[in-house]
Design a protein around this ligand. Sequence first.
Ligand code: ADP
Ligand code: ASP
Ligand code: MG
Length: 465
Amino acid sequence: MIVMKFGGTSVEDAASIERVTEIIKARVALRPCIVVSAMGKTTSRLLQAAQASAAGDARTTLGIVADLKARHASEARQLIKSNWSAFDFIEQYFAELKKLLEGLAILGEVPPRGLDKILAYGELLSSAIVSDALDERGIASQLVDARKLLITDDRFGGASPLFDIANAKIVATLAPLIAENRVPVLQGFIGATREGATTTLGFEGSDYTAAIIGAAMDADDIQIWKDVSGLMTTDPRLYKAARTVKACSFAEAAALTYFGAKVLHPKAIYPAARKNIPVHIYNSKLPQATGTAISATAPLCKNAIKSIAFLRPVTILKATIETISEEEQIFLPEDSLKTIINTMIKRRVTPLLTAVSGLNTAFVMDAKALDETTERDLLNDIAKFTSASVERDRAIITLVGAGLAQNARISGRVFNALEAVEVNAVLHGSSPIMMNVVIAAQDVEAVIARLHEAFFADFDREVFE
Ligand code: ADP
Ligand code: ASP
Ligand code: MG
């Protein structure tokens, strides 16, 4: 069997869902299980509705709900003529949603548990519509409630699957359906605790659902259908001339997604890699395009670099360890380094990059992880034995490719491309397949363009497209 996951843009309207049903129809023989995201921007609209309701803004809340309901009903009407269960679901779900939102108005806040319940309606609605649309086109589907299978812990807003329980339930529910040649359709992003409270896996979590289902079912393939033709040499939204990378390894994809490539949820790699199941990324708007194959060992390509990711904004904390304080107290550098790291762990700040060079240390972290209070506390904690400073509005550019390990001339080409750019830090060598460069956030576009020129401009198109 295979898993096919369709993201928000792939199911954003009736025309897109029509295309999705054709893509599925052409692959019915592969016995697919379908995972869908919410339609278009539904999740963020639901979030806005929840926040508005808690803030006492009933007008905005009701406006969003009415708009979402009209849109879902109208797209569904264009797709579904004879089978009506999706319309019952639309009525039922919006009635429930309204009640939950009224509850938030009374509470005056958005508790994470309540928010997960509300956000889940995006996927519940889209999956009901896709399932009916398949049935109407002669593909026998079965709508499955992911909350009955994907059992998670109770960290609302970012729950983790309890794999022992979830895997058994996934197989027990989906295997019989697939054996009967039915096409299961289930919601990405959502799950439930053992007690049945709705949870979500975190924003953009539908890719992760697809990987969890694929790994549990020992799928032959996990297909992630997006609005881009696979994993590309860089984010095509930022650099138009980006090209499709035909093949890459799990390790390369993990590095890219960890350092910001939004093409895949970072957690989606691990379940697939553990079971050695290939992940393909395809374009639902261009289904015949090659796309990207991600597998355990991707062939080395002529180019040392496969893709360039960026992450912004990030913040740099620089701390120089003092060996003797103004009061002439002596500090051992190794104790000081340990204290800096322990302090960060205590304050729940996990650095994305760490560089230690003699008595100088630099930590690069997600800007959100270091808000003003945490920054002040952290600097206070280490003030006695360091002189420390913080630089905001930075970005990490990450060049990824297994060829980096073999190619000695890479650094020179990178530094050439960085000429005239203020570089805050370079990390090369701690990972054999990537190199990180920290620059000002505003330089990202120019630097990516120059690096892309340097590494991909005269590159043999065959390997990539
Ligand atoms: P979906 O919601 O369908 O799951 P997303 O919109 O979340 O898909 O992710 C796809 C987006 O990821 C693309 O539109 C693209 O702008 C962005 N992206 C970032 N880096 C890359 C990359 N290296 N290759 C392809 N897309 C990328
Ligand atoms: N609908 C969810 C979100 O927008 C999950 C997803 O699309 O992957 O974050
Ligand atoms: Mg998305």
